[in-house]
Write a protein that binds this ligand. Sequence first.
Ligand SMILES: Nc1ncnc2c1ncn2[C@@H]1O[C@H](COP(=O)(O)OP(=O)(O)OP(=O)(O)O)[C@@H](O)[C@H]1O
Length: 842
Amino acid sequence: MAAQDAAVDSVRDREIGVEQVHLDQVYRRLEEKIHEAEFLVNDAAQRGQVGTPGALAERDAQVFRAGIHLSRLNNEFEDFLFGRIDLLYGKDGKKGPDGAYTSVEPAEDAVRDDGTRQYADIGETLHIGRIGVLDADYSPLVIDWRAPAAAPFYRSTPVDPGRVVRRRVIRSKGRKVLGVEDDLMRPEMKASLNGQELPVIGDGALMAALGQARSHTMRDIVSSIQAEQDLVIRAPAASVTEVSGGPGTGKTAVALHRAAYLLYQDRRRYAGGILIVSPTPLLVAYTEGVLPSLGEEGQVAIRAVGSLVDGAEATAYDEPAVARVKGSSRMLKVLRKAVRGALDIPPPGAPAPRTAEDGGQLAFGEEDGPQVPAGTPDRLRVVAFGRRLELEADELHRIKQNALGGTAPVNLLRPRARRLLLDALWAKSGAATRERDPELAAELRSSFDDDITTEDSFVAFLDAWWPELTPRRVLAAMADEKRLGRWARRVLNPGEARRLARSLRREGLSVHDVALLDELRTLLGAPARPRKRREADPLDQLTGLEELMPQREESQRERAERLAQERTEYAHVIVDEAQDLTPMQWRMVGRRGKHATWTVVGDPAQSSWSDPDEAAEARDEALGTRPRRRFTLTVNYRNPAEIAQLAAKVLALAMPGTESPKAVRSTGVEPRFVTTNNEHSVTTNNEHSVTTNTEHSVTTNTEHSVTTDDERSVTANRQRGSGRGSVVRDGDLAAAVREEAERLLRQVDGTVGVVVAMNRRGQAAGWLAGLGERVVALGSLEAKGLEYDATVVVSPAEIADESPAGLRVLYVALTRATQQLTVISGRRDDPDADGVPDLLRD
Ligand SMILES: Nc1ncnc2c1ncn2[C@@H]1O[C@H](COP(=O)(O)OP(=O)(O)OP(=O)(O)O)[C@@H](O)[C@H]1O
């Protein structure tokens, strides 16, 4: 046996050596390419500005491209070279631009069959890596993973192997090859390479990849993309690509790899930018390293849905009842009323109300005039052609209504309102009848208008009577309950309007407020301002080296950031966790991709939005009539079967009839159930605060009461349950969570996530204080898309009861672990003798 192991080891070492030789050759070639690019850049800089402007521009553009190439080559890639395929001879002898043979099918005589066994010679070997590298003679040293020639690396299966005989995943660090793992696509075949039998090492790369410990950042899956995923990644970019699949099927990973693929396929087209919309900043932080690891950084903006509007960085969540209102398309009607109504609200810092009797030219409304809030001017007095002219409240009201007719953006109607005011004053002046000659009459009118519009008092009146509105100002105006009640009449019920107004009085923006701001921005229109110069394409700007230098100094990341800030529309929009976008958020995202192609990935069973039909309607509106291509991912790469089976029980409750994805592996470790029975006072206080307060006070009250109660509740515990995985526990919820987190930190090498109901977020962070960076506490809605080696799900019933979509949110929480899961019951869970809470029983 020992001799056999030693033989395997020596074959493995030999094969590692073979790949090392190839990797060394690749790095030598890369260095040559880097020198070439550096030479080009320096040479151009030294030559200064000679030649015609056209030639200079062309040269500078070349240098610019060389600079980008250089920065890609210099990128410190881990696993620069990660794959290899050994292929049969192809049908024809044609080669593609990457130097590889293009034929997908084997040549007719590629396989010999002696009646007992098949034999073949390997006709072509390709190495696959993060970017393509050609040798000096144009033979392919590395094929870019996105090139057509690399597709068989991902697509080939034993059922449909194509030309592939052996697929190898190569693991390396820096310039050193560490290991190889092979999969045989034609296990029945005796294949030889250069006269030697083709060796096969290891049990396949996928399992090795899945078993690795998780960190707080996502890894790319470029070396182990599976066939059904590859179909999505390489789907043609036309129109809309829709991808659905259960938890852990690789939707996020596929979306990110697709962005890299699209850029590779058509860099010029996607210079218009790719936007990836993510549900939370946590998921943005988790995923944002993947694209740089694939050699792509510029041109892709990953944004959380709460950070899509420039300047807003919302992370707070509204309580479910408020979120439901803010996300609903009913808000559109309310906002339409609000933008028109907000005209009558004096701008911050407006002069104190005065009356006509004060003798001012500006007259402001009586304090309690009907429908006219204090501070809105209700009389205009001006002097023109030596005459005093006046417009009274009812005339002003008529003019305003007239100007507001239709649905045009309110800020853009100001010039029209101004014109109507002047018309009314002109009519009053009687000057119209004074001059019959049309040309002279026009002149007279023009000097009349000049007379009035240059008067400070008229300008001040207009500013107060038709103020320039900003989205934030309108949102702030909606925080007034009475006012909002008026604007929301017959759209929201009084309770909804009250809660909405109250939530808008809170400091800072919530995630749902951002979509409202964006809608308001559209309804208001940008105020007329002096035009900004068009932001030119970087290549347009390259007319000389001075301009080139600052360009080169800007890093890829900075450039991406800058472009993202400036961009309001994108060439391709990728929506991750699309099931969570509310109708108002779909409208916001839709505006950014009016002319884009789309990739939309999601899982309805994980939706935290309460009204899926309403959201589907808004999604259809955003995507328009573009044709859709649908894909479904079916394999769960994250959860072991033991965890997936438990989660399936909640899925059956949350969305009866929905099929779970198939878990690809099993660990033999069953989920663990922990009960506590001493948190009565905690829960009581918590319940109280939920019903009475806004989110801010929920957190405060809860945190406060838990600390106090925890201190009191150390004794008087009842033992509950024993048996399968259950632990009889003698402490309160806080202690149970902490102890379990500590235990799991000892069990796994990577991360531990503790998922609690949203209103326990603050407390849970306190429970885990001092346990280090490997463990994090997160609210149920924040767990979306993330994964950990082990998770603790605290009080399933609390999570499920939080909102109408609570069971689906619980399903998300239960599907975050790659290795181990512990469920800790709270008071509402009603655990059985095994500690299994009622929601998770058969
Ligand atoms: N082909 C693959 N090779 C290796 N790992 C993979 C593969 N596909 C997916 N994974 C891993 O499985 C995990 C789940 O992937 P991902 O987060 O993309 O799934 P998801 O469908 O977006 O899940 P969720 O719906 O729960 O957010 C990740 O760790 C990912 O790296």
